[in-house]
Design a protein around this ligand. Structure first.
Ligand code: IDP
Ligand code: MG
Length: 162
């Protein structure tokens, strides 16, 4: 029903997800993408980039007063990062659930960090923590023309709309 589709479309969100250099080097790209894809979320942008240190500092600007800021930015800029935008209903909050707590020692089993990482400084993945951050991070990492717009074949089955 058209009305359902319109109501449904209003709830779509986008979030920025990145596999950090440790996740890329450990061969975890497909494992991580699979978890988002299987859930029913839609990939709208993806690229492998080595960010500069200045770029890493922009990405983590909220943490600039923290003692680990410099090491964190050195690490993020030390190798390839898989930058992605995922779309779906509730994807910002649920993406964080899929990822798990910041410290992998506290992440639940079944989460990406819980299953695949051990220490906070090498927790393999980043995900936006709210709607405003998601918007800013997507704009920082991607040009508007890099964001695709398409109807996923999964959507009518994942959401039950025709
Ligand atoms: P998040 O990635 O779960 O959103 P944030 O608090 O935003 O966590 O921190 C960003 C990143 O900084 C973390 O993913 C982690 O890699 C790193 N980090 C956070 N806290 C610590 C710490 O106490 N020591 C070292 N690195 C940390
Ligand atoms: Mg964060």
């Amino acid at each position: 029903m058209l009305q359902d589709q319109e109501a449904h479309a209003l709830q779509m969100e986008r979030t920025f997800i990145a596999i950090k250099p440790d996740g890329v080097q450990r061969g975890l790209i497909s494992e991580i993408i699979e978890r988002f894809e299987r859930k029913g979320f839609k990939l709208v942008a993806i690229k492998l980039v080595v960010p500069s240190k200045t770029f890493a500092q922009k990405h983590y600007h909220d943490l600039k007063e923290r003692p680990f800021f410099n090491g964190l930015c050195n690490f993020l800029s030390s190798g390839p990062v898989l930058a992605m935008v995922w779309e779906g209903e509730g994807v910002i909050t649920y993406g964080r659930k899929l990822i798990g707590a910041t410290d992998p020692q506290k992440s639940e089993p079944g989460t990406i960090r819980g299953d695949l990482a051990i220490v906070v400084g090498r927790n393999i993945i980043h995900g936006s923590d709210g709607p405003e951050t998601a918007k800013n991070e997507i704009n920082l990492w991607f040009k508007p023309e890099e964001l695709t717009n398409y109807t996923s074949n999964q959507e009518k089955w994942a959401y039950g709309v025709n």
